[in-house]
Design a protein around this ligand. Structure first.
Ligand code: ATP
Length: 461
């Protein structure tokens, strides 16, 4: 397993993720996605939306606001229960999550768990609410208090009736949302794994009471399979059931999909059976009836809810970590990110073999402009071909296309109108006619390298 430091430094060096406000010394636990990071995270979100919303007949989307009526958080239980136990150290003035002391490090040297140095003087644990507070409007008094949402889920529950009625939805159906959430975490860390501002990809799936356990299992299976579909190795994924005493106040059963991050097994996505808790709470606190009329039984029911709740940042980090590899090519170390083509920030790099030949350069530019209409493609002529390949391997570009003298022809020979495609993973090359490049690329993006091989043959290994 790769160390997190290697991932952090690759991310900075190659424009994936930067420390927020770095020129001012950085802001703790806040990160900015650079040009390649934003592509990766967008691709993760796009794949999720396509598979969870677009490709299903039983899901619709929503984009609710971050600031909501403060009563929402009373009804949901967040004001009273969304707390973590916190301890202070009177010696070093550090603050730690009491239930995660084993993950924390005391600032005193040598590095140890808080409480393990003789000088450590930890207080009793006290509960700390994780919601960020702010004020709506110009007056900062109690009546103006608002909260930054700590989860996107509540935006879905309060819109249950709007969505169900406007779209005439029948149970079972789901509402999906991607958006920012905020938690004033006591001990953020492990790069983008635990931050105070992050993006969630959440589904609230409404079902008839009695069918909830079955639907819960279906979503567990489906979400687990999703991560492997986009390349995460099965041995690095596992399902962990919550113990009874660990269950959230609203949950009948919860299981987490965990990933083997560099710091150990940690939650990637939580999948909970939230029962009818939220709809009932909001009905009680708002005075509106949030029910569903079942045509078959002619009865009103409060649906049960299955909630697959994933993090876009944690997802992107897991895909990055899992894709990282090092090997040796011709005696030199090669760093490679073997992203699934759907997730790769750059899909194709177009490289001219001789940048002093104007016909090669012109053809390569034109080719790149054409490919760009379909796939995120870049042109690069700033180094030798070997170095250009390494650079693309390091950011996970699945295919490089090179234009050479044979492509455009010269005094001695006519143009063959063919280009070379080089595969990131096996480093093999095939030569294909320019005219069929788009069709070939389409197949390659679908993982048909072996098939394309048979048709075009390998030119160089
Ligand atoms: P943890 O136990 O790690 O604090 P949680 O159980 O509180 O997580 P949920 O409330 O289930 O997390 O949130 C759903 C998903 O949102 C998580 O699986 C994770 O992917 C993401 N998430 C939650 N908190 C954070 C955070 N502080 N930083 C980044 N992602 C987060």
């Amino acid at each position: 397993m790769v160390e997190m430091d290697k991932i952090v430094s690759l991310c900075k060096r190659r424009g994936f993720i930067f420390q927020s406000s770095e020129i001012y010394g950085g802001t703790g636990s806040c990160w900015d996605y650079g040009p390649l990071g934003v592509e990766l995270k967008n691709n993760v979100k796009r794949a999720w939306w396509r598979d969870c919303v677009q490709n299903r007949g039983d899901m619709v989307g929503l984009d609710a606001s971050i600031l909501m009526h403060p009563r929402v958080w009373k009804a949901s239980g967040h004001l009273d229960h969304f707390t973590d136990p916190m301890v202070d150290c009177k010696a070093c003035k550090g603050r730690f999550r009491a239930d995660k002391l084993e993950d924390a490090r005391c600032p005193q040297k040598p590095s140890k768990q808080p409480g393990q140095h003789d000088a450590c003087d930890l207080t009793e644990a006290r509960m700390f609410n994780l919601m960020f507070k702010t004020f709506m409007g110009p007056v900062e008094d109690d009546a103006a208090v608002a909260y930054l949402r700590p989860e996107t889920a509540q935006g879905i529950f309060v819109n249950f009736e709007n969505v169900q009625q406007s779209m005439r939805l029948k149970l079972p159906f789901g509402i999906a949302q991607i958006g920012k959430s905020f938690r004033n975490e006591i001990t953020p860390g492990n790069f983008t794994f635990r931050t105070r501002e992050f993006e969630q990809m959440e589904i609230e799936f409404f079902v008839m009471p009695g069918t909830d356990e079955d639907w819960h299992q279906r979503w567990l299976d489906e979400r687990f399979a999703w991560y492997s579909k986009y390349g995460i190795r099965k041995e690095n994924l596992r399902l962990r059931e919550h113990e009874k005493d660990e269950l959230a106040h609203y949950a009948k059963r919860t299981a987490d999909i965990e990933y083997l991050f560099p710091m150990g097994w940690s939650e990637l996505e939580g999948i909970a059976n939230r029962t009818d808790f939220d709809l009932k709470q909001h009905a009680q606190f708002s005075g509106k009836t949030l029910e569903y009329f079942d045509e078959e039984s002619k009865q009103k029911v409060v649906p049960f809810v299955i909630e697959p709740s994933a993090g876009a940042d944690r997802g992107a980090l897991a895909f990055l970590v899992d894709a990282y590899g090092e090997d040796e090519v011709k005696g030199e170390k090669r760093v490679v990110l073997n992203f699934h083509p759907e997730l790769a920030p750059i899909k194709i790099a177009v490289l001219p073999l001789l940048k002093k030949n104007p016909r090669i350069v012109e053809t390569a530019h034109k080719l790149c402009a054409d490919l760009r209409k379909r796939w995120h493609s870049v042109y690069d002529d700033t180094a030798s071909i070997g170095r250009l390949y390494r650079r693309q391997d390091e950011v996970g570009t699945p295919f490089c296309v090179t234009v050479d003298v044979q492509t455009v022809g010269d005094d001695k020979s006519a143009a063959d109108d063919r280009v070379t495609i080089r595969d990131r993973d096996n480093m093999q090359q095939i030569r294909v006619p320019l005219a069929s490049l788009a069709t070939v690329m389409e197949k390659l993006m679908d993982g048909e390298w072996a098939e394309i091989h048979r048709q075009h043959g390998v030119t160089r290994g």
